[in-house]
Design a protein around this ligand. Structure first.
Ligand code: ATP
Length: 236
């Protein structure tokens, strides 16, 4: 079943059109990538879903058009956005950041067991549990951002460039941990990533954006085999 479907989504910053008919769909429990160069409109696509950018077209979530809803309404419907740059609360500890992610929940036992699940998945966070988030490494901060989003018990996670600023081996570790989170939780994911090789560790399929339009879509296996993908996004 389809969980999220974008139909010809458009968006402008002032007079400048940055999305010019983006379409994609994410199945329940599936993981889909949005690939493309700097400025192609990947971040704006996620922001149009989470309600931080006003969009045209249709954005169907669980069958209903959520376009025009406010960010807090979208979040309450089960869509969690992990923005580029992570957006953690540096002055708070790892523990406090995870609890903030769960602030709308009333199932205390569930929250405790989900914190334990996050710490199993990201052992670094267990070691740094009482540290301030600002003291964590870039990779740990990224894990914390994903862990905090998970604590809201979303059905759909929007993940923006989780590799930003990380060393290649750290980025791989982070992506593999997120892939494990996905397998074990069944949360659907829409993943923006410039590095296609990393994205393919996590997503089943992807769409490539160029100047606000889909130019290519396929399964990860199909895309990996394409010369133009290799040239443009795999650095080879
Ligand atoms: P990046 O990897 O750089 O984030 P992206 O594919 O995510 O690239 P977007 O961030 O969606 O691209 O940006 C699409 C276009 O919109 C770019 O040309 C960018 O310069 C422009 N843009 C982004 N944010 C704003 C803004 N707040 N005001 C005006 N223009 C913006």
């Amino acid at each position: 079943m389809t969980l999220l479907e974008l139909q010809s989504v458009t968006a402008f910053y002032g007079p400048v059109q940055v999305l010019d008919g983006v379409s994609l769909s994410v199945p329940e429990g599936g993981a889909v990538g949005i690939l493309g160069a700097n400025g192609a409109g990947k971040t704006t696509t996620l922001r149009s879903i989470s309600g931080t950018v006003r969009a045209g077209g249709r954005i169907l979530y669980d069958g209903a058009d959520i376009r025009g809803k406010r960010p807090e309404q979208v979040a309450a419907m089960g869509i969690a956005h992990v923005p580029e740059g992570r957006g953690g609360f540096g002055a708070l500890t790892v523990r406090e950041n995870l609890r903030i992610g769960a602030y709308l929940r009333r199932d205390r036992k569930g929250v405790e067991s989900d914190i334990e699940f996050v710490l199993e998945l990201f052992p670094n966070l267990r070691e740094r549990y009482k540290s301030h988030a600002s003291a964590l490494s870039g990779g740990e901060q990224q894990m914390l951002a994903v862990g905090r989003a998970f604590m809201a018990k979303p059905r759909l996670l929007l993940l923006d460039e989780a590799s930003l600023g990380l060393a290649p081996s750290t980025a791989m570790t982070v992506y593999d941990a997120i892939a494990k989170l996905r397998r074990e939780s069944g949360i659907a994911m829409l993943v923006v990533e410039q590095n296609a090789n990393l994205a393919f560790r996590l997503v089943d399929s992807a769409t490539v954006l160029e100047t606000g339009r889909n130019v290519l879509s396929g399964t990860s296996a199909e895309l990996k085999g394409m010369d133009e993908i290799r040239r443009a996004y795999l650095g080879g």
